[in-house]
Every structure is written in structure tokens, then in C-alpha cells.
Design a binder for this molecule. Structure first.
Ligand SMILES: [Zn+2]
Length: 266
């Protein structure tokens, strides 16, 4: 009896060890939320105001029922959000005009965290995508390409996530976090016809960028950009779908985003 219990325990332990593998098993029901919560702690660009939630009413009403309601204020380009093409391309689509088949589709995660965590100014290069393809096969056309730098672990520390805790226009020159090289942005558009791109830093162009070339390349190609993602480590490298739904702000250049990944059978 005891030996049966031991054998069962051993099996259970082996099963649990299998589950602790960093790549989660494919579970069609397992939805991974890639969205930071919106609160006073949410990080915005140094010259933008913070997210504000103001209480309108909270408590019992005179008529005896409970009632709770707030109002909020937020910049378009902070927290987990989408950049619409108009953000960096005159005549590009505004938020409400971005087709949903560009924000929902098959995804991949390119993990560059090992190098990115060693170098705040890292530029993700074409070589990083070639390395991904060598390991996982070609990036299918119309994929949503998510880049994992690992910087979501620093959220919500302004200093560690953005490279400076300072605020205001002058602080923009002090930003240091990784991003995508313009050459790689061009390659993703022209050679892999990406549907959308996203990453777990504040901007697709690295903190040091002054001309935002990668933003401009994607915007000109009509490719939406997702920024300030989290939990990309909880997705497999491929065989998942991304569902990204921006708030439908008419005329918006960007919008808060609820974005999830859901593993699917390969
Ligand atoms: Zn943005």
C-alpha cells in the first residue's frame, strides 16, 4: 500500500516538474492577459499626465440600492495601448478605422530578453528574427510579432522600466530601454508582411531614439503597434492567437488596449 502511494507520489511529482517547464503546454482554454492594469501607477511618457480615476458615486443611494461609478482621464499613448498608423503617418488610419483583422490573428513571441536585460539600449535586429526562424521555422506571413525584452518585470518602476524617473519634456532625452531597429522593422514589413507588432517596453523605437524610424515604417505600412505589453513569458513561441481590442476612439492616434494571447493547436 505504502509503495503504491509512493509510486503515485513520484508520478505526481514528475507530472508537476513537467508543468513547471517555462513553455506552457498548449491549452486552448488558457488565456494569457498581456495587459497592464490602468491605475495611478500606470506608466506614461515623461511629458504626459498620469491616468486618473475620479469617484462620481460609491455607496448606498437614497432609494436603498448600491451604486458605483467613476470617470477617468488618460493619454492615448501610455499603459498597454495601440498606436494607430496616423500616429506617425499623415493620412494613416485613426484608431476606429484600423481593421480588426489586423489586431486579431496568429502570433509569435521572439524572446530577446537575455541580451535586452544586459543592455538597456539594445536594438532588436534582423539577426534576432533569423535566429527565431532557425529554431522555430519561418515566420508565417500576416503574423502578429511580439517581442519579449523582459522589461515588464520592472513595471511600475519608472526608473527601471523607462531608464529615468524624471518627468517633463527634458526627461525624454534620458529614456533608456530596448526597441526594434529600423532595419528590422523594414524587414518585418517587406519580407514577412506582418499583421501587427508589439513589445513589452514603452515604445517600438528604443528609448534613445530621436526620429522614431521604426514607428514611421510600420505606420506607413498600416501596421498597428502594441506597446507596454506584459506576461509574454507565459505564451509559447508560436501556436497562439492574439486578440487585441483597442478602445474605439474616433479620430484617435492611439488607444488603451485590452490584449490577450490564447494558445491554439499548432
Ligand atoms: Zn504609442
Amino acid at each position: 500500500m505504502i509503495s503504491t502511494c509512493r509510486a503515485a507520489l513520484l508520478l505526481l511529482m514528475l507530472f508537476m516538474m513537467g508543468c513547471s517547464h517555462p513553455m506552457k503546454p498548449l491549452d486552448p482554454k488558457g488565456i494569457v492577459d498581456l495587459t497592464h492594469p490602468f491605475s495611478e501607477q500606470t506608466l506614461y511618457w515623461p511629458n504626459a499626465e498620469d491616468f486618473r480615476l475620479e469617484k462620481v458615486f460609491d455607496g448606498p443611494t437614497e432609494k436603498g440600492y448600491h451604486y458605483s461609478a467613476n470617470r477617468y482621464q488618460a493619454a492615448e499613448h501610455g499603459g498597454t495601448h495601440m498606436d494607430a498608423p496616423i500616429h506617425f503617418f499623415a493620412g494613416g488610419e485613426t484608431v476606429e478605422k484600423v481593421p480588426l483583422d489586423k489586431t486579431i490573428g496568429p502570433g509569435i513571441v521572439v524572446d530577446v530578453s537575455e541580451n535586452a536585460l544586459k543592455d538597456r539600449d539594445m536594438l532588436v535586429s534582423v539577426a534576432d528574427f533569423i535566429a527565431f526562424e532557425t529554431r522555430h521555422g519561418p515566420i508565417a506571413r500576416h503574423s502578429i510579432v511580439l517581442i519579449r525584452t523582459g522589461y515588464d518585470r520592472f513595471w511600475p518602476s519608472r526608473e527601471r522600466y523607462l531608464g529615468t524617473a524624471e518627468r517633463g519634456q527634458a526627461a525624454i532625452a534620458k529614456l533608456h530601454f530596448p526597441g526594434l531597429s529600423p532595419a528590422a522593422a523594414d524587414w518585418l514589413v517587406k519580407q514577412r508582411a506582418v499583421r501587427a507588432v508589439g513589445l513589452d517596453t514603452a515604445s517600438i523605437d528604443r528609448g534613445m531614439s530621436r526620429f522614431f524610424e521604426s514607428h514611421r515604417i510600420f505606420a506607413a505600412a498600416g501596421v498597428p503597434i502594441f506597446e507596454n505589453l506584459m506576461h509574454l513569458d507565459q505564451l509559447p513561441a508560436k501556436a497562439f492567437e492574439v486578440i487585441a481590442l483597442p478602445m474605439k476612439i474616433e479620430g484617435g492616434s492611439g488607444a488603451p488596449l485590452r490584449v490577450v494571447g490564447r494558445p491554439v493547436a499548432p
